[in-house]
Design a protein. Structure first.
Length: 136
């Protein structure tokens, strides 16, 4: 099996946010199998929540836009206006064979941050949930 992880040059690929994002939930083994705990999924390396932002990239045939969920691990969770252009920090793509024996490949995107392009039209960020107060 092969897999490719590569950084993306954002200057060559336009990204449009749909305005939809979701915080992933932690899964726990329950008596009837795995189920959601209702708690946010926290990245072990950074301690930050994991969110998926739906974005349109021009990755389709002949440059047509396709919807991709971009995995962002960050304490900041900006609310992005629907169909606004966005930029990322450290955007990368992961390419691997399709699962379950299907033909083709799967492409997934991840980044360390997302924000509106040019900083215009952003709503205030949501405050992180939980006990994240600094000890004084």
């Amino acid at each position: 099996m092969y897999e490719l992880n590569a950084p993306i040059n954002e200057a060559r690929m336009k990204a449009i946010a749909t305005g939809h994002n979701q915080t992933l939930e932690r899964w726990e083994d329950g008596p009837n199998g795995r189920r959601s705990s209702g708690q946010p999924l926290i990245d072990e390396a950074t301690g930050a929540p994991v969110r998926i932002y739906d974005c349109l990239f021009d990755t389709g045939r002949d440059g047509r836009p396709e919807l991709h969920g971009v995995r962002i691990v960050s304490h900041e969770a900006p609310e992005l206006p629907p169909y606004s252009e966005v930029t990322f920090d450290d955007l990368s793509a992961r390419v691997r064979p399709a699962r379950n024996g299907a033909k083709g490949i799967e492409v997934s995107f991840s980044a360390t941050a997302i924000r509106p392009a040019g900083g215009a039209g952003v709503r205030p960020a949501r405050k992180p949930s939980g006990d994240e107060t600094a000890a004084a």
